[in-house]
Design a protein around this ligand. Structure first.
Ligand SMILES: [Zn+2]
Ligand SMILES: [Zn+2]
Length: 262
């Protein structure tokens, strides 16, 4: 069994065939879905899906590429949504210097503000980085150190689509954060397998980031959660363990991180 720890099933890409997408995923062993919103509107949409599908859980927050949608009033709306029983994390939050849509200092400020929300509400975080792992790790770890009660509660967050190095991964693990790997782990030139070899499987999860980052051999097409076994198989081959073992450990990690009632 697998959990897709990061898939944006609220996007229009899935508007016409979500029931089929879910049932295809179920057939390939993917039984639960963590759906991270990107702003207050997609948070509303994600919660609607979670009310329709028992297997969908939601995280709420403002994505670093969606900060034009951000306001303190809207963050207050997000904070109210946390009361919903299917909301299990704050995210996706973070920093993105690749597209650099908002000033770097502003991105760091709103990232910090949302970590403070997670600490206040005792939830884990789902972190997005692009060309920004160094700053995002620094901020998240600083908060983990300043708030030991939050940090020591269990696993406290995930850096998704992780592209940092071994030292950064180790720093995150020491502060009770996990990392997750998507489709690009299957790409020929990916450096992710080298990193996975160095860090092992204990602190990792699998994700599709659907509809983006489609794994080989479907690269270029829409991504969907039923492709999780392709990612898990690559990790299994990399570590010379069985795909069942990858499923068992990554599922346990996701259950523990998000405190899933399953
Ligand atoms: Zn992301
Ligand atoms: Zn995402």
């Amino acid at each position: 069994m697998f959990i897709d720890s990061h898939c944006h099933l609220f996007y229009d890409d899935f508007k016409n065939d979500l029931p089929e997408v879910i049932s295809r995923a179920n057939s390939s062993g993917v039984k639960y879905f963590i759906v991270p919103a990107t702003n207050h509107e997609t948070a509303r949409q994600a919660i609607e899906l979670a009310e329709q599908y028992p297997s969908i859980f939601v995280s709420v927050g403002f994505h670093p590429l969606d900060l034009s949608e951000f306001s303190t009033d809207r963050l207050a709306l997000i904070e109210k949504m946390i009361l919903h029983p299917k909301v299990i994390a704050i995210g996706e939050i973070g920093i993105d210097y690749f597209y650099d849509r908002s000033p770097q200092e502003y991105q760091k400020e709103i990232f910090s503000l949302q970590i403070e929300l997670a600490i206040r509400t005792d939830l884990p975080i789902i972190v997005h980085t692009r060309d920004s792992v160094h700053d995002a790790v620094e901020i998240a770890v600083r908060y983990a150190k300043s708030y030991p009660e939050w940090r020591n509660k269990g696993k406290r967050g995930v850096f998704h689509c992780f592209t940092g190095d071994k030292a950064q991964a180790k720093t995150l693990f020491d502060s009770n954060f996990l990392i997750s790997f998507p489709g690009p782990v299957t790409f020929k030139k990916s450096t992710m397998p080298d990193l996975i070899k160095e860090i092992g499987i204990e602190n990792i999860m699998v994700e599709t980031d659907s509809p983006y980052l489609t794994p080989v051999p479907f690269r270029g097409k829409r991504n969907e959660p039923s492709y999780i076994p392709l990612i898990a198989q690559k990790i299994a081959d990399t570590l010379n363990i069985s795909i069942e073992e990858v499923g068992r450990i990554t599922t346990a990690n996701a259950k523990k991180l998000f405190n899933l009632p399953i």
